[in-house]
Design a protein around this ligand. Structure first.
Ligand SMILES: Nc1ncnc2c1ncn2[C@@H]1O[C@H](COP(=O)(O)OP(=O)(O)OP(=O)(O)O)[C@@H](O)[C@H]1O
Ligand SMILES: [Mg+2]
Length: 297
């Protein structure tokens, strides 16, 4: 039987880090399937394995067990040299730590991946200039990372990841340290890399606003995928949770009203206290019933 893998696919990935006697299970059977041309987000708590997953897909490290396929390559059984090719030509990687060389200018940082594949000088010049223009840094080419703002550094890292025109772009917390507005512009650019350049884009993020702009949201916890949802489904799930909260609160309020009534009959509360609490509880009850009604329930 032949299995045709998705454009990016992992099957039951396991990654164990060993530090002396200590073992950390970063991935515990993680499976994903992403089609060419999709833009997806990966969300999950700190330490859940997001960076580890990107590092495997990006060909920086091998999984301990499981299979992974990227753009038609079975990277779980690729040689280190083949992984090197994957990193240079197939997957553009924007690291959580950016990995810009501090002694090189923005121009030179973007040019570096092209030097590694021996791209001719005129081609390098054309492409680096174009990419820096595209990310709005045409006037900052000769600045070193220290002479750039956080958002500008992030944009240099994106341009460098795109230098060799890879079909896949992976971005690890690309807006992590940025203010909302700068972050929004970075995301807008990454989305245009997907829509206008047709690249498959994976974004790791903590920000629900960003996740909701992608085709699908992968939720990862303790090294496993716990849900895959479209933004619409994620929104629906949030509504479900709110409905359940309203229902629970309504049951509690009805119980409190019954108890208050009983306490009053048994003369355990004064008429004044009873009237005040009765009014408040009924206001709450009315509000909850109206909200549930409004949601068609
Ligand atoms: N090189 C390493 N050696 C040992 N343990 C590691 C290594 N890299 C990551 N880990 C551990 O593996 C687990 C997953 O780490 P990972 O960096 O993938 O998480 P993450 O989801 O990216 O977290 P964050 O949101 O904080 O970036 C963590 O418990 C981490 O401590
Ligand atoms: Mg991380």
């Amino acid at each position: 039987m032949t299995t045709v893998a998705s454009y990016i696919q992992t099957d039951d990935l396991v990654k164990v880090y060993r530090l002396g006697d200590v073992e950390v299970q970063a991935l515990r059977g993680l499976s994903i399937k992403i089609d060419q041309g999709e833009v997806i987000s990966i969300v999950g708590p700190s330490g859940s394995g997001k960076t580890t997953l990107l590092n495997i897909i990006g060909g920086l490290t091998y999984a301990t067990a499981g299979k992974s396929y990227v753009a038609g390559y079975d990277i779980s059984s690729s040689s280190p040299a083949q992984l090197g090719y994957l990193r240079q030509k197939i997957v553009g990687h924007i690291f959580q730590t950016l990995n810009l060389i501090p002694t090189l200018t923005a121009y030179e940082n973007v040019e570096l991946p092209m030097l590694a594949i021996n791209a001719p000088k005129n081609e390098r010049k054309k492409r680096v200039t174009m990419l820096l223009d595209q990310v709005g840094l045409g006037l900052r080419m000769n600045h070193k990372p220290d002479e750039l703002s956080g958002g500008e550094k992030q944009r240099v890292a994106i341009a460098a990841a795109l230098a060799n025109d890879p079909p896949i772009l992976i971005a690890d917390e690309p807006t992590g340290d940025l203010d909302t507005e700068t972050g929004a512009r970075i995301v807008e650019f990454l989305l245009s890399v997907n829509k206008d350049m047709g690249k498959t884009v994976l974004i790791v993020t903590h920000d629900p606003q960003i996740a909701r702009q992608t085709d699908r949201i992968y939720r990862i916890m303790d090294g496993r995928i716990i849900s895959v949802q479209t933004p619409g489904e994620a929104e629906e799930a949030t509504v479900e949770i709110r409905i359940q909260m309203y229902r629970d609160r309504l049951t509690e309020t009805n119980d409190e009203i019954a108890q208050l009534q009983k306490a009053y009959e048994q003369q355990r509360v004064t008429a004044g206290t009873f009237a005040e609490r009765w009014t408040n509880l009924h206001l709450t009850k009315d509000f909850l019933e109206k909200e549930l009604n409004r949601m068609g329930l």
